[in-house]
Design a protein around this ligand. Structure first.
Ligand code: NAP
Ligand code: MG
Length: 401
C-alpha cells in the first residue's frame, strides 16, 4: 500500500522519560508504516531545554503559530529534585505554561470511552470535555497576612492619578487578605476559543460561575461570554444545531452529575483545575485522557493529559518491560493528523485517524491493555500486556480493518 502523503508538516514536540520511549515506538509501529511523515522536529526533552536555555520551547510554540498544528509528548516540569537529577542551569518553567502563554490558548480535556472500563458515574456514556481558562484569578494573586487592628483596603490608581478606594475589612483579630484580577481581553479570547471549539466539535457549550455572590468579578465573565455569543456566534450555533448556555456553578455541577455527557463545560481557572481532576478520576484512567490546546485564532496543539510516567521509566532503564498505556499519546497523534487532514484537504489523513482510533478502542474492547487499565476492567477475557505488544496488537487490528 502506498503511504499517505502530507502537505504541511506537523510541529513535533518530543518529550521525556517513558513517554519519550513510547513516542518513538508509536512512530515506528503505528505511523511510519502508513504515513510518509512530515514534521518539523523540536526536542523538548529536559536535556535539550537546558542546553538551549529553554529557547527550543519558545521556538516550538512559534512554529505552531506558523504551521497551525502540533503534537506534543509529555515533558518534565523541573522541581528541586530534577535540578540535581539533570544538573540544570535553572529551574525551567513548565513547557505547557510557556506554550500556552505564547499561543494564548485554552486547554480542552476529554476522556476516551471504552466498553468494559466503567466510569464511576454510570450515566456518563459520552465524554465531557472540560475547558479551563488558564489565566489569572487565584493563580496570579497577591496575598498577605493581616494583623489585628489593621484596616485592609482595595486601592486602584487610574492613569490620571485618581484613586478609588474600598474597604475590604477592619480586622478585629488577625486574618488574611487576597487580591486577584483578570482582564477583559483574556476572558474574551477564552470565550471565543470555547465558542469556536464547540462549533468545531459540534457540541453544546456550558459556562458557569458564581455570579450571584461575585456580582462584579464573576458577573463580568458571564457578560463577556453573552456579548460575544450574541454578536458573533448565535447564528452559527443555531445553524450547527448546538446550544450555548450560562448557569450558576452550583446548578452546573448538579446538571453535570445527572447528564449523559457529550458537551463542553467551560470553567474559570480554579474550577477548571479542580473539576478536570474530578472528571479524570470519575472517567477512570489518566491513560485515557486526551488534551488539546487551542488558540483563539485556531492553532492546535495535541497531547496526552498524563505526565512522563516516571516510575515506569526507571523500570525501563533497569531493562524491565513496562506496561504503560500509549492510548492518550496515540490519540494526540491522530488528533493532529485529523486536523492537518482537514486544513490541507487530505481525506486519507482523516480516515487514517478515524481508523487508528477505532483500532485502539477495538484492541482494548478485545481485552488487551496495560496493567493499570486491566485492574479497572470488567471484561472477562482481559489480558495485561507490555507496551510494545499493546502497540503491535493495535497495528494488527488496523491492518485488518
Ligand atoms: P504521571 O506521569 O501522569 O504519572 C502518575 C501515575 O499515573 C503513574 O505513576 C502511573 O501509575 C499512572 N499513569 C499515568 N499515565 C499512565 C499511562 N499512560 N499508563 C499507565 N499508567 C499511567 O504524573 P506524575 O508522576 O505526577 O509526573 C511525572 C512527570 O510528568 C513529572 O516530571 C511532571 O512534571 C510531568 N508531567 C507532565 C505533564 C505534561 O507534559 N503534560 C503533565 C503532568 C505531569 P503507576 O506508577 O501506579 O503505574
Ligand atoms: Mg489540578
Amino acid at each position: 500500500m502506498a503511504k499517505i502523503q502530507m502537505k504541511t508538516p506537523l510541529v513535533e514536540m518530543d518529550g521525556d522519560e517513558m513517554t519519550r520511549i513510547i513516542w518513538q515506538m508509536i512512530k515506528d509501529i503505528l505511523v511510519n508504516p502508513y504515513i510518509d511523515l512530515k514534521t518539523e522536529y523540536y526536542d523538548l526533552g529536559l536535556v535539550n531545554r537546558n542546553d538551549t536555555n529553554d529557547q527550543v520551547t519558545v521556538d516550538s510554540a512559534e512554529a505552531t503559530k506558523r504551521l497551525g498544528v502540533a503534537v506534543k509528548c509529555a515533558t518534565i516540569t523541573p522541581n528541586a529534585q530534577r535540578m540535581t537529577e539533570y544538573n540544570l542551569k535553572e529551574m525551567w518553567k513548565s513547557p505547557n505554561g510557556t506554550i500556552r502563554a505564547i499561543l494564548d490558548g485554552t486547554v480542552f480535556r476529554a476522556p476516551i470511552l471504552v466498553k468494559g472500563i466503567s466510569t464511576y458515574i454510570p450515566t456518563w456514556t459520552k465524554p465531557i470535555t472540560i475547558a479551563r481558562h488558564a489565566y489569572g484569578d487565584i493563580y496570579k494573586n497577591t496575598e498577605m497576612k493581616v494583623a489585628e487592628g489593621s484596616k485592609a483596603e482595595l486601592v486602584v490608581t487610574a492613569p490620571d492619578g485618581t484613586e478609588t478606594r474600598q474597604t475590604i475589612h477592619n480586622f478585629k483579630g488577625d486574618g488574611i487578605i487576597q487580591g486577584v484580577h483578570n482582564t477583559d481581553a483574556s476572558i474574551a479570547s477564552f470565550a471565543r476559543t470555547c465558542f469556536n471549539y464547540a462549533l468545531d466539535t459540534k457540541q453544546d457549550l456550558w459556562f458557569a460561575t458564581k455570579d450571584t455572590i461575585s456580582k462584579t468579578y464573576d458577573h463580568r465573565f458571564k457578560d463577556i461570554f453573552q456579548e460575544i455569543y450574541d454578536a458573533e456566534y448565535k447564528e452559527k450555533f443555531e445553524e450547527a444545531g448546538i446550544e450555548y448556555f450560562y448557569t450558576l456553578i452550583d446548578d452546573a455541577v448538579a446538571r453535570v452529575i445527572r447528564s449523559e455527557g457529550g458537551y463542553i463545560w467551560a470553567c474559570k481557572n480554579y474550577d477548571g483545575d479542580v473539576m478536570s481532576d474530578m472528571l479524570a478520576t470519575a472517567y477512570g484512567s489518566l491513560g485515557l485522557m486526551t488534551s488539546v490546546l487551542v488558540s483563539p485564532d485556531g492553532k492546535y496543539e495535541y497531547e496526552a493529559a498524563h505526565g512522563t510516567v516516571t516510575r515506569h521509566y526507571y523500570k525501563h532503564l533497569k531493562g524491565e518491560k513496562t506496561s504503560t498505556n500509549p492510548i492518550a499519546t496515540i490519540f494526540a497523534w491522530t488528533g493532529a493528523f485529523r486536523k492537518r487532514g482537514e486544513l490541507d484537504a487530505i481525506p486519507e489523513l482523516c480516515e487514517y485517524a478515524d481508523k487508528m482510533e477505532a483500532a485502539c478502542i477495538k484492541t482494548m474492547e478485545d481485552g488487551i491493555m496495560d496493567r493499570n487499565l486491566s485492574m479497572m476492567c470488567t471484561l472477562e477475557n482481559k489480558q495485561a500486556v507490555d507496551t510494545e505488544t499493546f502497540l503491535r496488537e493495535i497495528a494488527k487490528r488496523y491492518d485488518n480493518m
